[in-house]
Design a protein around this ligand. Structure first.
Ligand SMILES: O=P(O)(O)O[C@@H]1[C@@H](OP(=O)(O)O)[C@H](OP(=O)(O)O)[C@H](O)[C@H](OP(=O)(O)O)[C@H]1OP(=O)(O)O
Ligand SMILES: Nc1ncnc2c1ncn2[C@@H]1O[C@H](COP(=O)(O)OP(=O)(O)O)[C@@H](O)[C@H]1O
Ligand SMILES: [Mg+2]
Ligand SMILES: [Mg+2]
Length: 350
């Protein structure tokens, strides 16, 4: 194992190395409804951090995958990617310009391999300035509800200009300040809630100032794996009352809210707050975003504006999120990988 520095120099992440070379077109006996029939293996090369391997590649997933004829193989960063495999699918979540280039070159030279997902498409989610643009462009509004994004302002430099810029943009307090870059570092998850605009001068740009939307303290995590969608409830930041807003002049820092937040699925909640967003609305949103973002593995943080039944806001989009917390992810993910692998095989032989 060794450490690899990411784009911004500071953060380091662990890269797991393994030395596995596969024979061409491996076949394996797959146990299927009591019969043992030879099927071609779907080989998935993975390049993930140690943290991600632990949370995602759990024994249950690997076991189920093996039964379905899917083999996970760690990518060795000391050897050219083209010398490894052959892979049907490359699953990855590592940062760094160098790694992105390796993947891009590999995609060009191996169009037969599905790279989940394309580095350029992932890169788009790295900036909170552009992350929600696709949702805003969709203007989704139908009989099931409205899907919006909060109004926001990008501050690239000079924190002292913030009060004036907030005035000009006509943003309403309170505001959530989020680091502009969402690169997975601990710092990129350090957010602040400001009750008045002058306190924002203390923060360090580049950042995004986003209107805080009261939502009853519950957030919906919408996990997407190809065509599959799963929604879970999480506790979120509490609402801010007008009284609090008029009394409080401070700014509050909160590190990594959603990760630390407990599941709210079994909590005794106000039903108007807890009701999941309508399935048809989520289906439409997910389908359109898969296409607009060019991604198949992501999740959305969605909130419902307090006091409304059907006014939703997307506040965050994450590439290859913590699927280990998604119910039944083992089945959903293996079915997805299988459909990709078999689809490719069918195309070749058809
Ligand atoms: O650590 P986990 O398992 O909670 O997953 C994180 C996600 O949590 P979630 O599934 O949304 O609750 C997390 O989602 P949030 O941004 O916290 O909403 C991110 O996707 C995070 O990746 P990164 O740090 O932004 O690169 C994810 O971190 P990585 O596992 O990709 O490092
Ligand atoms: N505009 C907003 N209105 C209300 N709550 C918000 C808003 N933006 C963020 N939050 C709260 O802050 C948390 C973290 O913000 P998010 O944008 O998801 O950052 P991260 O990428 O670190 O998860 C959310 O899960 C939610 O609880
Ligand atoms: Mg989030
Ligand atoms: Mg995020």
């Amino acid at each position: 194992m060794r450490l690899r520095e990411n784009d911004d120099g500071g953060e380091k992440e662990e890269v797991v190395e393994n030395d596995v070379t596969l024979a061409q077109n491996q076949w394996c006996p797959v146990v299927n409804a009591g019969f043992s029939s030879p099927k071609r293996l779907v080989v998935v090369g993975y390049a993930l951090t140690t943290k991600k391997i632990k949370s995602f590649l759990q024994p249950k997933l690997e076991g189920l995958a093996r039964n379905k004829g899917i083999l996970f193989v760690a990518i060795d960063h000391n050897r050219p990617l083209s010398d490894q495999g052959p892979f049907d699918i490359v699953l990855h979540k590592l940062s760094g310009k160098e790694w992105r280039q390796v993947l891009e070159d590999y995609r060009q030279s191996h169009p037969e391999v599905t790279v989940l997902d394309p580095p350029d498409a992932i890169q788009h989610l790295r900036s909170r300035q552009y992350m929600l643009q696709a949702v805003a462009d969709m203007n989704l509004c139908d009989s099931y509800g409205i899907v919006d994004v909060p109004r926001q302002l990008v501050i690239k430099r000079e924190a002292c200009a913030i009060p004036e810029l907030v005035n000009q943009a006509g943003l309403t307090l309170p505001l959530v300040a989020k680091p502009l870059v969402a690169d997975g570092s601990a710092k990129s998850h350090e957010l602040s809630l400001a009750y008045e605009k002058f306190s924002l001068q203390k923060l360090e740009p580049p950042l995004v100032l986003q209107e805080f939307v009261n939502h009853g303290g519950v957030l919906f995590k919408v996990y997407i794996v190809g065509d599959a969608i799963k929604v879970v409830r999480r506790f979120s930041l509490p609402d801010v009352s007008k009284w609090e807003l008029s009394k409080d002049a401070g700014i509050y820092n909160f590190p990594r809210v959603s990760c630390a937040a407990a599941s709210a699925d079994d909590a005794d909640l106000d039903p108007t707050v807890a009701e999941l967003p309508p399935r048809p609305l989520l289906e439409k949103l997910a389908k359109e975003l898969r296409w607009r973002l060019g991604l198949r593995l992501f999740n959305l943080d969605i909130i419902r504006e307090y006091g409304t039944r059907d006014h939703f806001y997307v506040i965050d989009i994450n590439y290859f999120p913590g699927y280990g917390k998604m119910p039944e992810y083992e089945h959903i993910f293996t079915d997805f990988l299988l459909s990709l692998g078999q689809g490719k095989y069918k195309k070749k032989s058809g």
